[in-house]
Write a protein that binds this ligand. Sequence first.
Ligand code: SER
Length: 316
Amino acid sequence: MKKILVIGAGGQIGSELVVELRKRFGADSTVASDIREPQSGLSGEGPFEVLDVMDNERLKEIVAKHEIKEVYLLAALLSATAEKNPEFAWKLNMEGLFNVLNLAKEGVIKKVFWPSSIAVFGPTTPKKDTPQLTIMEPSTVYGISKLAGERWCEYYANQYGVDVRSIRYPGLLSYTTLPGGGTTDYAVDIFYSAKKNEPFSCFLKEDTALPMMYMADAIRATVDLMEAPDDSIKIRSSYNLAGISFTPKEIYEAVKKLNPDFTIEYNPDFRQQIADSWPGSIDDSAAQTDWGWNPEYDLESTAKIMFDNVLTEVHD
Ligand code: SER
């Protein structure tokens, strides 16, 4: 049986990825790990280990104990949090990656998934339908760490034959686990206010378009990429991935159809500058051509699922 380790399993992506991997490959196939024990739900379904990804010895111990062959490394600080603690963000985002890539280089593990982000792009990047290959001058700590990480992934693939695969995730919308510390988080927060019928204070301006995606699409993309034949993976830095692209005003209008009384006001903060440096939409034709990527959810269907499923008590 395939043995997989998900690092950062308690986070927004990890909590749903673990469920999907266990569904596809069996409950015992996937060891969930996080820096702290999950509050509920996660560990009960299969194995769980406490792991700080910067603790290389503990990482090696868990990989040996469970005979892990694939690692999904999701532990990281997101863009807004990283700006508040740049040195720690750099340390966490890079050390974790090196620890995992080195296990692959030594042949202990066979395959690595590492998430990159639209944050690798910067103010000088073309904003519309941002190409796979383009100017990349990120202006955030998070973006700098992701771009450096991409270069290291490609280096390990080329120099050491490491099978590492990566996606530049857009902002992700999901209702089970909240995102933490990102610039795209408003697009999740808005549903909690709408459900509670409270006015929503948006930390971005109404016309700030950003690439986004419903989590089910992101999870499918992630596992499809990891399951694609090795020779179909032509890009070892990271693949552009597009789903939907919208502004705060556009998502507000989609949510207002579900709650006609819902109101919004715009109070941009430091995250506006981060958002202004990122693309508005993404060209993901390489992912489509190489491993058959095709998104399913548009803004309307995403808004409906989010509105119907957010549980307001977890957000209070
Ligand atoms: N969603 C992330 C953030 O806002 C981008 O990868 O930081």
